[in-house]
Ligand binder design. Structure first.
Ligand code: NMX
Ligand code: MLT
Length: 452
């Protein structure tokens, strides 16, 4: 299927011309100022990079190529039930165009073919040609208790051997204008392979019951959509769980360019590191507790609350529990955001999903109660810029309900989804000839001398 690739190719000349015109016309204009506070405060608020696939507004939340989450739910074709499928989002991110049903189906089939070929080849190597090592051998060499995110990142590196970009670059015959074509192939391969690898990690090292455990290469059902197949490979075949996976993989895909995982992927990619190296870097950032690992932290914290509160979710007891979390020196996981100044729309759509599919779930009742209590407790600290919940405050309770109980796996699912956004932009960055990233740093002495 080269329809998507051909569409991207046809857009490149006009996009490059548009960017060139922007530079010629406005190259000397200022987009903002950098204060010492910004420099010392994690570069918050500095406009410092181009990122086309999505844009985050503090008050409106995320827009994927201009579309909000409710708009995605309404407009993206390819739905099996109510939720959009991530293949349709991938098409939108890459082309800035809502695809047709036919285009989504062609991309779905392409990704599933890549996934199936990968899984079959690895399974064949396992069974017959044991001397031909594959990524699953690399994973088996790690202790089972290695954190699933470390395993996913290591798997990305272990698959780098397959990089078409790497081979072409090494051959010395690839023109700069051709880079994106091989980045595209690697990116689509990686997006297709990650669910297979993730499902393997889940069944080998997260699941505890012998009956659900497996260290076989998962079997891909190429007739399914990417999310449904992922759910099935993990051992969850109900329609509701597949719907949840479609929603999950869609809403976690992209959050503009400045978040740690997107920025890390972008930065490493700007050195012409291939998608396997670049996205592994992104995953390492996603694995941090202030970023993607917060979804695991939230679940641990909810379980802690269930034990401490013993079913008493009255306002007073819940408030005391939250205050004690702060007193112990921890952050309240799942609350706050570097850019957002409202409840994350990704939280809201997950809440809607819960209200529709599991309104009586006990842990959902707790999550809802926390939504009433936590913002005021955080406001009372006088320092938290955004007291509202983010995406991670809600994702775990949905997964628990549908049987995905092992919270140390949650960030892996976030990573599988984030590949869609990060790798889309990586393709566009090479297609549009973005520069290597290299901002200027200064020492604190330099600052003192400047202002004294
Ligand atoms: N609980 C307790 N304190 C908080 C929280 C929170 N949820 N959020 C912010 N603060 C504190 C923060 O630690 C800082 O304290 P100090 O000055 O003592 O260092 C102060 O409030 C000001 O921080 P902000 O400017 O509001 O937040 P910042 O932009 O620095 O950080 C987060 C954003 C998301 C890292 C922060 O809100 C946080 O740690 N939240 C909890 C972890 C979390 O949910 N992360 C997931 C983000 C979404 N994702 O998936 O990546
Ligand atoms: C994300 O999805 O990347 C998080 O909300 C963090 C961020 O945007 O900074």
């Amino acid at each position: 299927f080269d329809g998507l690739k051909a569409q991207i190719e046809s857009q490149i000349p006009s996009e490059i011309a548009r960017l060139k015109a922007l530079k010629t016309k406005y190259g000397q204009e200022k987009v903002g100022e950098v204060t010492v506070n910004m420099l010392m405060g994690g570069m918050r608020g500095i406009v410092g990079m181009l990122y086309e696939t999505s844009l985050l507004d503090a008050n409106d939340g995320i827009r994927f190529r201009g579309l909000t989450i409710p708009e995605l739910q309404e407009k993206l074709p390819g739905k099996r039930d109510r939720e959009p499928i991530p293949e349709a989002l991938l098409f939108l991110l890459l082309t800035n165009k809502v695809p047709t049903e036919k285009e989504v189906e062609a991309l779905r089939a392409d990704l599933m073919e890549r996934a199936e070929k990968f899984a079959k080849e690895c399974a064949m190597n396992d069974a017959g040609n044991k001397s031909k090592k594959n990524v699953f051998d690399a994973l088996r060499a790690l202790p089972e208790e290695t954190h699933p995110m470390t395993q996913l990142s290591a798997a990305c590196l272990a698959m780098q051997n397959d990089s078409k970009f790497l081979k072409m670059y090494a051959s010395g015959t690839m023109k700069k204008t051709e880079y994106w074509k091989y980045i595209y192939e690697d990116a689509l391969d990686l997006i297709a392979k990650l669910p297979v690898v993730a499902a393997y990690i889940y069944k080998r090292s997260c699941v505890k019951e012998a009956a659900r455990k497996s260290s076989e290469v998962p079997t891909v059902d190429a007739s399914l959509d990417l999310a449904a197949n992922f759910s099935q490979m993990m051992g969850f075949s109900s329609n509701e769980c597949k719907e949840l996976m479609r929603l999950y993989l869609t809403i976690h895909a992209d959050h503009e360019g400045g978040n740690v995982s997107a920025h890390a992927t972008h930065l490493v990619g700007s050195a012409l590191s291939d998608p396997y190296l670049s996205f592994s870097a992104g995953l390492n950032g996603l694995a941090g507790p202030l970023h993607g690992l917060a979804n695991q932290e939230v679940l641990k914290w909810l379980k802690e609350a269930q034990v401490a509160l013993k079913g008493d979710y009255s306002a007073e007891t819940v408030k005391t529990f939250v205050e004690n979390t702060l007193k112990s020196g921890r952050v309240v996981p799942g609350y706050g955001h570097a850019v957002l100044r409202r409840t994350d729309p990704r939280y809201e759509c997950q809440r809607e999903f819960a209200l529709k599919h599991m309104p009586d779930d006990e842990m959902f009742q707790l999550v809802s109660r926390l939504y009433e209590i936590v913002p005021d407790v955080l406001k009372a600290t006088g320092k938290v810029q955004n007291p509202w919940p983010n995406v991670d405050a809600h994702s775990g309770v949905l997964l628990q309900h549908f049987g995905i109980k092992e919270e140390n796996f949650y960030t892996v699912m976030f990573g599988v989804s984030r590949s869609i956004g990060c790798l889309s932009q990586l393709i566009l960055s090479r297609a549009h000839g973005y520069a290597i990233e290299r901002p200027k740093s200064v020492t604190s002495k330099w600052l003192e001398e400047k202002f004294q």
